[in-house]
Design a protein around this ligand. Structure first.
Ligand code: SF4
Length: 325
């Protein structure tokens, strides 16, 4: 039986593309990529709905490498969409043999997105793919060059589609027809399109590099730059405080307000000399429930053990904002 690998982000387009090919009696397995910027959750839901196998592939190392210098640059934020799609297709091509599949499917729609899905964008993506002739885009196939699966009769081109543009009507109609009801809104799910996350990431990369743990930390709390290699993250709620504690590595310093004062966890990463520690304590103090007459006492922990405490002046709002990323 003919088999295809569908790049399954979990968005509606990717679900429909897989479904259209399944309609032709072709076996489809979903393939989703995982990095610190996007995960497999939506794809898992989509694969369950479609009743297909899902292959989850960690792309972090190659993704970091690509992000250092994406050939087609970034979109509105830190999203290198063309290079990202190209890398996914190249990687997926390398997995065809492993999963016994003959070609690739994507949910790309001509003209739907400004950068990666213009005609030029779709072609640029193919330039980065290992074998453009094996990449089928069922939703816009009739508007695009024929591919090997069509020429060889593995799929019936007549039963493929001619979707184009930003409108979602035809996709929604088709979803209703197939009984697909559970899908996320378009353009969600990738942190690289998020303006706030992108700002933090840019700042991090200017000072440090692509370190997975540092990038994971960007998802949590408020962030402050306290030195070229030193940053403080402060929890915004109980759940974030717990996650910050879980994120603390052996060279991190954790600050917690001394009871009975209630306040957030501060996670200091990088050099923590006296001045930096005082600054970190002053910022943590700014988010405590009581102002303690302008002073806060925090307990200091390293490697899960308490190493001492520190009394510091609580920073003013403008001081805090001055260091916030
Ligand atoms: S939005 Fe994110 S996951 Fe999607 S193509 Fe762009 S960079 Fe890649």
């Amino acid at each position: 039986m003919m088999k295809a690998l569908a790049l399954l982000s979990g968005g509606l387009d990717s679900i429909l593309a897989a479904r259209v090919i399944m309609e032709q009696g072709i076996e489809v397995a979903g393939l989703c990529f995982v990095t610190p910027f996007f995960g497999p959750e939506s794809a898992r839901r989509a694969a369950r709905q479609l009743g297909i196998e899902l292959i989850e592939h960690d792309l972090t190392t190659e993704f970091f490498e690509m992000m250092r210098n994406p050939r087609y640059g970034f979109g509105g934020n830190m999203n290198p969409c063309i290079d990202c799609h190209g890398l996914m297709l190249k990687t997926a091509h390398g997995l065809l043999g492993k999963y016994g599949a003959s070609f690739l499917i994507t949910g790309e729609v001509l003209g739907e997105r400004p950068m990666s899905q213009t005609r030029g964008g779709l072609n640029a993506v193919l330039k980065l793919a290992a074998d453009r002739d094996l990449v089928l885009r069922p939703l816009s196939a009739k508007l695009l060059e024929t591919t090997r699966p069509e020429r060889e009769g593995w799929v019936d081109r007549e039963r493929l589609l001619d979707f184009s543009g930003r409108g979602r009507k035809r996709q929604e109609e088709m979803a209703r027809k197939f009984g697909i009801t559970d899908y996320p809104q378009p353009a969600g799910g990738c942190l690289l399109t998020d303006i706030k996350f992108s700002r933090r990431l840019k700042e991090l990369l200017a000072h440090e590099g692509f370190v997975r743990e540092d990038i994971e930390l960007l998802k949590l709390g408020r962030h402050f730059r306290l030195g070229p290699g030193t940053k403080l993250a402060v929890g915004r709620n109980q759940a974030e405080n717990v996650r910050l504690l879980e994120s603390a590595g052996p060279s991190d310093t954790v600050l917690r307000p001394e009871r009975p004062v209630k306040g957030p966890v501060g996670l200091l990463r990088g050099a923590a000399d006296g001045e930096v520690l005082e600054a970190a304590a002053g910022i943590v103090g700014r988010y405590c429930d009581e102002d303690g007459g302008g002073e806060v006492t925090v307990a200091i922990y390293r490697n899960n053990g308490r190493t001492g405490e520190l009394k510091a002046r609580i920073w003013t709002d403008s001081e805090v904002l001055g260091q916030m990323i």
